[in-house]
Design a protein around this ligand. Structure first.
Ligand code: P1T
Length: 380
């Protein structure tokens, strides 16, 4: 089955044996009757499993070319489950440019529990090996990174991970499986904030993991059930519905993203534009090789290079909404330094380019003329 068909049908057989409904029912139940202790029909308690969530988890596994999907109450809950695979003293190498909440989870929760993190630039994957030692258990990659749109070579990271027998996890939130399939490139775990493009309509908070290996899936399932950060049936239904239009939404996000990125690049009030589709992006060749398109996420700095100019821009927008999050049908603008990445100390964030004049756009699927007109008037 090819990708577009998978978004609609992948993992979705025998959805409703009772009435043949085309969409799975929302099984809004916490528990299931048993004829005798242990005599149930596959589900016993909705933390451990729920048919609507199972339909979504099967769809997630299908679109990521994996075998096992797990859905969580948020993207961070999914990352939290991955980190619980490890024990005090274990080391993790992570991209230094990543979602501020992931950084906060790593440094404020898991460092306190004894995990050691190395935050490094991974744009040149050959630099990673120097940080691997016998305690290393995981390489954590976000690509494209949030918010600097750096591109990391997943195939090169996978080779390193295999050589040193460590796991490779890829946060695929910005790219989505429409553009990039980390498991096919050798990653062990693919993670999503399903809140974003998978859900696609800014109406749900959710996270997911997909893996190929049964033993790894069993360990993650144990954590999902034992820690209990699952998502509910209604949210599962919404994300399953969102996935069915992922391919057409992504097509338009990419088209509009390209138009907006080029417009910004040519504007005198804009300094730098970060988007992996530019031929002068430092890792353009890697982006071209591992992604099917370049997506609708763009960051840029104002030519005035001040906090005030960035704040004024986002306040002036009329079609774009100033808000946290990304990946919905509507265009959003954010100010990473004070919003999504405020939990990263100023010196750390400025080292990677998250300066006060940086603005991040999630380009939606509206008419491109309206988006460009809006940016033009806000810059003006
Ligand atoms: O918000 P949540 O569903 O828990 O997902 C966390 C997360 C993980 N990984 C990436 C790459 C993300 O972008 C996010 C969430 N990001 C935002 C809310 C944001 O505006 O960047």
């Amino acid at each position: 089955m090819k990708f577009n068909t998978k978004t609609i049908h992948g993992g979705q057989h025998n959805i409703d044996p009772a009435y043949g409904s085309v969409m799975p029912p929302i099984y809004q139940t916490s528990t299931y009757s048993q004829s005798t202790p242990g005599g149930h029909k596959g589900f016993e308690y909705s933390r451990s499993g729920n048919p609507t969530r199972a339909a979504l988890e099967n769809a997630l596994a299908s679109i990521e070319n994996g075998e096992f999907g797990l859905a969580f109450g948020s993207g961070l809950a999914a990352i939290d489950a991955v980190m619980k695979l490890f024990k005090p003293g274990d080391e993790i190498i992570s991209t230094n440019d990543l979602y501020g909440g992931s950084y906060r989870l790593f440094t404020k929760i898991f460092e306190g529990l004894g995990l050691k993190f190395h935050f490094i630039g991974m744009q040149d994957a050959s630099k990673i090996e120097a940080y691997i030692n016998e305690k290393t258990k995981l390489i954590w990659v976000e690509t494209p990174t949030n918010p600097m749109m750096n591109i990391i070579d997943i195939t090169a990271c996978a080779k390193l991970a295999k050589t040193h027998k460590v796991l490779l996890a890829v946060d695929n939130t910005f790219a989505t499986p429409y553009l990039q399939l980390p498991l096919d490139l050798g990653a062990d775990i693919v993670m999503h904030s399903a809140t974003k493009y998978l859900g696609g309509h800014s109406d749900v908070v959710m996270g997911s993991l997909v893996v190929k290996d049964k033993k790894l899936a069993d360990r993650l399932y144990f954590i999902q059930n034992a820690s209990g950060a699952v998502c509910g049936p209604q949210d599962s239904f919404l994300v399953l519905r969102g996935i069915k239009t992922l391919h057409i939404r992504m097509q338009r996000h990419c088209e509009n993203g390209e138009k907006v990125a080029n417009f910004l690049k040519s504007h005198p009030k804009v300094d730098k534009v970060y988007w992996p589709g530019f031929e002068d992006h430092p890792n353009y060749d890697i982006a071209k090789a591992q992604m099917k398109g370049f997506g609708g996420m763009i960051s840029f700095t104002t030519s005035e290079k001040t906090l005030e100019s960035a704040v004024k821009f986002v306040e002036n927008l009329k079609v774009f909404t100033l808000a946290e999050s990304l990946g919905g049908v509507e265009s959003l603008a954010g100010h990473p330094a004070s919003m999504t990445h405020a939990s990263i100390p100023k010196e750390e964030r400025e080292k990677i380019g998250v300066v006060d004049s940086l603005i991040r756009l999630s380009v939606g699927i509206e008419d491109e003329e309206d988006l460009i007109e809006d940016i033009k008037q806000a810059l003006g």
